[in-house]
Unconditional design. Structure first.
Ligand code: HEC
Ligand code: HEC
Length: 380
């Protein structure tokens, strides 16, 4: 109240002074200041500062509301932060959508039983260092091409969409049309020994097969029975509208693969010459023509989401076309042959990209090898 009274008086003084032409009083406020004047200036300053504070608060609130509205309407999948987690080396994304969860291998450190632990660890070692046991200098036999299981089943068969073993524990024994039989895990392991590794099947009761089986059983023990978890085995890849092109694939190979896998496709041996630093993609040390990778759909999917080294399903480094074309080029190159007269006894069950006749359709073998698959699927 006191303030208001003084202010009114002050206003009157100022007016009076002004009408008498005594403007000086404004030019030297500090020296000739009356008590009322001082209050006036103080008050004006106070009001100015309050207004400034109110305006700042007002604009902050408006900006916050604007940001919230923008965020709400600019798509819910928008990633707000992308944080590299240094401990797990995985991308943690905090978004307004629930985070996607992918298959994860069970943690080997949680095995309490010592006997099981040793068995499982041996199984893992066989996947990672297969060449040590079965390679050109193998301690058990020297029957394989020198590859490691891990070369194709990445991160010891635990990588999301890296041709992992996540589905094995819950899906075997299962019927496989290739052999027209119910296959156990040991039988399936031996398939890869004979084809991908171009080697010999092991005794299904051997310590090695048992250890491999224990490892696969263990890492897949939390996989849901209906396989309703993302990231298992390999990720889908769209078909092209044209056949995959080996000439274009060679260009991709030279530009993006040759550095490691070499111009002759035969990879790079380690210094100890007992195994590979960079595995071969064709030639006598590669998978044979009865292997899963000889089917272009498998190879293109694997390459798209895993190669060049460092690629992953959420950060692929090739376009779909590049993946198909380079897969065509790789599978057009020479490699070991394996006769498999007992494969696909029921020829109606042959996968579309199995390139050996007889077929139930009239498409040539060439088209079964390279596509176009879109056209074949439409007519099937
Ligand atoms: C040259 C690449 C390559 C190598 C090396 C390789 N595999 Fe495979 N493996 C594959 C492909 C491709 C598939 C999927 C084939 C398919 O679906 O037709 C596969 C499938 C499997 C499966 C079945 C997976 C499932 O979900 O049904 C098992 C088990 C397996 N491999 C074990 C092994 C073991 C053990 C080794 C080493 C001794 C090995 N593989 C080496 C390429 C390879
Ligand atoms: C920086 C080196 C590097 C480059 C570049 C690279 N790879 Fe690989 N590739 C590897 C290594 C290392 C492995 C084995 C991975 C492991 O054991 O973990 C591999 C494995 C593979 C395999 C499965 C194993 C085999 O021998 O059959 C295929 C197929 C493959 N690469 C294809 C490609 C293609 C196609 C490209 C080009 C688009 C490519 N890679 C580029 C290093 C490389």
């Amino acid at each position: 109240m006191l303030f208001v009274k003084q202010y009114i008086r002050l206003r009157a003084n100022v007016l009076l002074i002004n009408s008498l032409g005594e403007v000086k009083i404004f030019t030297k406020p500090n020296t000739t200041m009356q008590p009322n004047k001082a209050t006036h200036i103080l008050l004006v300053k106070l009001i100015q500062q309050s207004l400034l504070i109110i305006a700042t608060i007002f604009f902050t609130i408006i900006s916050l509301i604007a940001i919230l509205i923008y965020d709400y309407y600019s798509g819910n999948e928008k990633e707000v932060f992308l944080v590299k987690n240094i401990y797990t080396n995985s991308n943690l994304t905090i978004s307004n959508q629930p985070q996607e969860t992918f298959w994860q291998a069970a943690d080997l450190n949680e095995i309490i039983d010592e006997e099981l632990r040793q068995k499982v660890l041996y199984g893992k070692d066989l996947v990672v260092n297969t060449d040590k046991y079965f390679g050109v200098n193998g301690s058990i036999n020297q029957s394989t091409n020198g590859l490691n299981c891990q070369n194709c089943h990445l991160d010891a068969g635990t990588k999301v969409y890296g041709n992992n073993y996540g589905a094995v524990a819950v899906s075997y024994p299962k019927f496989r049309a290739r052999s027209s039989s119910i296959e156990s895990i040991p039988k399936r392991l031996n398939d890869c020994f004979e084809r991908s590794m171009n080697g010999k099947a092991l005794d299904t009761n051997s310590r090695e097969i048992r250890a491999l089986e224990a490892y696969l059983q263990y890492i897949g023990k939390n996989t849901p029975k209906d396989l309703s978890v993302k990231g298992l085995v390999m990720k889908e890849l769209s078909f092209l509208d044209r056949p995959a092109n080996t000439a274009k694939g060679k260009q991709v190979y030279v530009a993006k693969c040759q550095n490691c896998h070499q111009a002759n496709g035969e990879g790079v041996w380690r210094d100890d010459k007992k195994g590979f630093l960079y595995p071969p993609l064709w030639g006598k040390h590669s998978y044979n023509d009865a292997a899963g990778m000889f089917r272009i759909i498998n190879l293109a999917k694997f390459v798209k989401y895993n190669m060049p080294l460092g690629a992953s399903h959420d950060s692929p480094l090739l376009t779909d076309e590049e993946a198909w074309d380079v897969a065509a080029f790789i599978n057009s190159q020479p490699r070991p042959h394996k006769a498999t007269p007992n494969d696909w006894k029921d020829i109606r069950q042959k996968p579309i990209d199995y390139p050996f006749p007889p077929f139930t359709d009239t498409f040539p073998a060439e088209q079964h090898k390279y596509g176009s698959f879109k056209q074949m699927l439409v007519q099937k």
